[in-house]
Design a protein around this ligand. Structure first.
Ligand code: SF4
Ligand code: SF4
Ligand code: SF4
Ligand code: FES
Length: 520
């Protein structure tokens, strides 16, 4: 056995063990990207650098064996800086969108391409599940949203934007209209209570997500009907039964509602005594309206950036109470975000701002790149929805027009995760200076996008290990080296046996499952 110290902790491991494995055995986390236990190792990414205390040298922990008496540091400023430099180098060549442009501009940040793929294959229940992760009131918003996501849709550069809003409505209507209303699994009751003042889109959305997280919500509504500013919308745009049905779905998660209940200053003090957190979602602030002693600016109640915390502890404010907006989806998005913040606050007593994740973006597509994006899309024109919305056939055709601009591996991509952990920002490329984007699609297996590849060679070694007839190989030399199928064969031949294996092992979204079962 060999004895060494890592971050001053004594570790004993068998001879021949790598420093990275020794750290792992002591539960010390050192990131890796190019290392996998499933294949022979080839050092390339350099995110696993650690420091030898005696010499002050940095070395790759994944491929360096331990020695007796060695002292290693894995987490000082220099090692952290070296990881940042390694990641920045990988990102300097990386061309990919973690999220589609439509999702980035949606105020609720809905996973639009995933919804489209599910509708396209007729899996409407799963499509609704995906929608409801971000939008609590899709049947309502599917009728009244001005669809800022469609303004960001890339398909507009080919013909017309994908009818995202109608597709969301279609997935919701299939549920609202039937008895098996969608209700995901609820967390165990936390014993915490949250009061929400106001039952407009912001208050309803916050109620849904808090209730799912196990907190008991009570909504206080001054009118005799729930809906807030949604009640001002004409029946021809938002039929009352749609509003009522969607509110009843939200209440089915266990939220209570108290109608005809105006909260004045003294009522507010009582809520402060009785509840663990309060959300003020009272809509546009008008002259003379009680705002419970909270600080106010020219637009509405003042809150801390990204946390919605007002000038009073445990009191949060969302929706038009902050700033008048015609977009109910903005309020709905804030309802979801504040629920995450309050959930954390109720568990830890800390108010942490809502975190934006690292998101690689490359901007506009060139003519050549559209051909690659359209390979995965129908040429049909935009489908038109009648008063009743889309028929099933029209919804499926419309969903197939989507070009799937997102990355197929955004949740398990290690490059994204580490870039997020180390707060890296990627500079934007212009179309002229970056490498062109291409997609190779193996419909029963994977999507391969070489511009996201970090050339770790894991796929090359795995296809060799599994004895693929063609497999993946390094093509070209120097800076222009790429990973591709041997003898220029098609991807179906290259990954005949190993598509699922290499997609799982790839540390980025360069090789990702085409059917993405695992993400859903
Ligand atoms: S490979 Fe990773 S970093 Fe790149 S676009 Fe996909 S998720 Fe984002
Ligand atoms: S084509 Fe699809 S993924 Fe791309 S922006 Fe439009 S809806 Fe989003
Ligand atoms: S495609 Fe292959 S070489 Fe490129 S990142 Fe994925 S596993 Fe590594
Ligand atoms: S994990 Fe060590 S060099 Fe990549």
């Amino acid at each position: 056995m060999v004895r060494l110290t890592i971050n001053s902790k004594t570790v004993e491991v068998p001879e021949g063990t790598s420093v990275w494995q020794a750290a792992k055995s002591a539960e010390i986390d050192v990131p890796t990207m190019c290392y996998t236990e499933e294949a022979e190792h080839f050092t390339s990414c350099m995110v696993c650098l650690v420091k030898d205390v005696a010499s002050g040298r940095l070395f790759a922990s994944c491929s360096t064996p331990v020695f007796e008496g060695q002292e290693v540091i894995t987490n000082d400023q220099e090692t952290e800086e070296s990881r940042v430099a390694a990641l920045e180098l990988l990102l300097s060549e990386h061309v990919g969108d973690c999220e589609a442009p439509c999702q980035l501009v949606c105020p609720a940040h809905m996973n639009i391409p995933l919804m489209n793929r599910l509708i396209a294959r007729g899996d409407f229940a799963k499509a609704l599940e995906v929608v409801k992760r971000d939008i609590a009131i899709p049947a309502i918003l599917g009728r009244i949203c001005p669809a800022p996501c469609e303004a960001g849709c890339r398909r507009k550069q080919v013909d017309e934007a994908v009818a995202i809003c109608h597709l969301k409505r279609y997935s919701a209507d299939a549920d609202v209209g039937n008895a098996t209303q969608f209700l995901p699994e609820l967390a165990l009751p936390s014993g915490k209570k949250v009061a929400i003042i106001g039952s407009g889109p912001a208050g309803l959305s916050a109620a849904w997500y808090l209730q799912l997280k196990g907190h008991q919500v009570t909504i206080f509504e001054k009118n005799d009907l729930a809906g807030g500013e949604l009640l001002n919308i004409g029946n021809e745009f938002l039929p009352r039964e749609v509003l009522d049905q969607e509110i009843s779905v939200i209440l089915s998660a266990g939220a209570k509602i108290s109608l005809n209940q105006t909260i004045d200053e003294s009522g507010f003090s009582k809520l402060l005594d009785e509840f663990d957190a309060i959300i003020v979602a009272i809509g546009t602030i008008k002259e003379g309206m009680p705002i419970f002693g909270l600080e106010k600016g020219s637009q509405g109640i003042t809150v801390q950036k990204n946390s919605y915390l007002t000038s009073q502890p445990k009191v949060f404010a969302i929706g038009n109470a902050l700033r008048n907006s015609k977009m109910a989806v903005r309020s709905a998005g804030q309802g979801k975000e504040v629920a995450t913040i309050i959930d954390n606050f109720l568990k830890t007593a800390v108010v942490l701002p809502y975190q934006e994740r690292f998101s690689s973006k490359f901007g506009r597509l060139s003519e050549f790149e559209f051909e690659h994006y359209l390979k995965d899309s129908e040429t049909a024109p935009r489908q038109h929805a009648g008063v009743e919305g889309f028929s099933m056939e029209a919804a499926m055709t419309e969903a197939k027009r989507c070009m799937h601009c997102d990355c197929r591996n955004p949740e398990s991509c290690v490059l994204r995760k580490l870039s997020d952990d180390f707060k890296i920002s990627q500079r934007r490329f212009s179309t002229e200076e970056r490498k062109p984007v291409e997609k190779l699609i193996h419909r029963q297996g994977v999507v391969y996008e070489s511009n996201k590849c970090i050339k770790c060679g894991i796929c090359v070694r795995l296809t060799r290990q599994y004895k693929e007839e063609f497999g993946f190989t390094f093509v070209g030399r120097g800076f222009d080296v790429k990973v591709g199928v041997s003898f220029n064969e098609g991807i179906e031949k290259g990954l005949a046996k190993t598509a699922a294996i290499v997609a799982k092992a790839c540390p980025t979204g360069a090789l990702a499952r085409f059917d993405e079962e695992e993400q859903i």
